[in-house]
Ligand binder design. Structure first.
Ligand code: PMP
Length: 461
């Protein structure tokens, strides 16, 4: 049965949604009780729903709509590409100009050793490519024993079997699903509030990097293929490493001949205030993954960028590498990425955000340090986290069952702000085109939501 869309009100859509649409990372029984918000339109940093309510997207969708909603140039780029060449496979000695242009463009923006690009549709798939490639590299180098991957607790790398295994988020791991796969090991992450109390930041960075060395020694360097990490962790709760962390990680990977894989699916394209997180932290990865912001979320596309060391081996010694996707290098997605990058570049959106918005964002985030609910206020670039605690002195968290983060998120939504709870850390990742006035409004609503949450939980200053 089909229904004329014009006949449906919010409830009508919710009924259809419940009946047929299974959502990602959702408790569907819970959703049945509340129903979904039904989004209809986006413009700039705003999204409107079927009730006509305007919501500030403080999360850039899922950390992807960096350029904001409704840019017509991206629509035109997609339409023109579709009319010219709507699809092209790249498997059988065929290529097309848009994917070549994008691969060349990306490598021109990255450090000199990153010269090759493999395309997929999602961040999860990019991580599959990166890890399959690392295994392939060591096989071809005559070290097939280097099979293990080291990732970090609280990491999020995606939802396919390998990407979910690399992720360090406990609900994603369960024995029945054999996740994490047995070749993945996790170390503690650079989460100073929880793992480095009392240390100064520089000292903590070196200690935290040392957990990688310990794990490599425990597993045996001859068994470890790669270490994979985000420059700063987004879904884990805006976990930003001290400046001493990455140089030390880099040194350890080199010392033990372990490949370094940087997952820049969220950090890439401006989230840290730089074009890529590797420029913010001085990372020199062997492989890096881009996604999300590559098209500002207008179409699904991800890129695995491959350094010369790995690419040369694959090309010179590899023969056929049996890996790829129907939509690798999809022309329309590549055309939109090129146009998105052109706009970011010509309008200096990242440079302007870094110069004007990032300092305001930092001050805004840090202003919450004295809020009675907030134990830690942290940020890098335009990614910030406010960690809710029950006791600021002991740093004790609320019980999971209290769902205090979700409560705060709902309070913010009522007031017109998408403000996400990662566990008990409230996260903000506004679009890079947010104005200072809009940013002030975001922080004002965030404060109201936290105040209302404090009141509900009986917390006073
Ligand atoms: N890596 C990181 C760092 C991510 O945050 C995400 C998604 N949030 C992914 C990979 C997976 O990307 P996708 O959802 O496009 O598969």
């Amino acid at each position: 049965m089909t229904m004329a869309e014009g006949d449906l009100d919010t409830q009508g859509w919710q009924v259809l949604d419940r009946a047929h649409y299974l959502h990602p990372f959702t408790d569907h029984a819970g959703l049945r009780q509340t129903g979904s918000r039904v989004a209809v339109r986006g413009e700039g940093i705003y999204v409107w729903d079927t009730e006509g309510k305007r919501i500030i997207d403080g999360l850039s969708g899922l950390g992807c709509v960096n350029i904001g909603y409704g840019r017509r140039e991206l629509v035109t780029a997609a339409a023109e590409q579709m009319l010219e060449l709507s699809y092209c496979q790249s498997f059988f000695k065929t290529t097309h100009r848009t994917a070549v242009r994008l691969a060349e463009k990306l490598t021109s923006m990255l450090p000199g050793h990153l010269n090759h690009v493999f395309f997929q549709s999602s961040g999860s798939e990019a991580n599959e490519t990166a890890t399959r490639l690392a295994r392939r590299y060591w096989d071809l180098e005559g070290k097939p024993g280097k099979k293990l991957f080291i990732a970090r607790e609280l990491a999020y790398h995606g939802s396919t079997h390998m990407a979910a295994s690399l992720s360090g988020i406990p609900p994603m791991h369960y024995a029945g699903g054999d996740i994490p796969l047995s070749n993945v090991h996790h170390i503690r992450t650079a989460y100073q509030y929880r793992h480095g109390a009392g240390m100064d930041a520089a000292e903590f960075g070196v200690v935290a990097a040392g957990w990688l060395e310990e794990k490599i020694l425990e597993l045996g360097a001859d068994n470890v293929a790669a270490f994979i990490a985000e420059p700063a962790q987004s879904a884990g709760g805006a976990l930003c490493p001290p400046e001493t962390y990455w140089p030390e990680i880099q040194r350890i990977c080199r010392k033990y001949d372990v490949l370094l894989i940087a997952d820049e699916v969220v950090m890439g394209f401006g989230r840290t205030g730089k074009w890529f997180g590797l420029y913010k932290y001085g990372i020199e990865p062997d492989i890096m993954q881009l996604g999300k912001g590559i098209t500002s979320g207008y179409l699904p596309l991800s890129a695995t960028v491959i350094g010369d060391r790995v690419a040369d081996t694959l090309i010179d010694k590899g023969g056929e590498w049996a890996h790829g996707y129907t939509y690798s290098g999809h022309p329309t997605c590549c055309a939109v990425a090129l146009e998105n990058i052109r706009i970011l570049d010509e309008e200096k959106i990242i440079e302007n955000a870094d110069a004007t918005l990032v300092p305001l964002f930092k001050a805004g985030i840090e202003s919450f340090a004295d809020h009675p609910l907030i134990g830690d206020a942290r940020c890098v670039g335009l990614m910030g986290g406010l960690e809710i605690v029950k006791d600021k002195k002991t740093r004790e968290s609320y019980a999971y069952e209290a769902h205090i983060g979700d409560h705060c998120s709902a309070e913010a939504l009522k007031r017109g702000l998408a403000f996400r709870a990662n566990g008990d850390t409230m996260s903000l990742m506004p679009p890079l085109i947010t104005t200072p006035d809009q940013l002030a409004e975001i922080f004002a609503i965030a404060r109201e939501a936290l105040d209302a949450t404090a009141k509900h939980f009986g917390v006073t200053a």
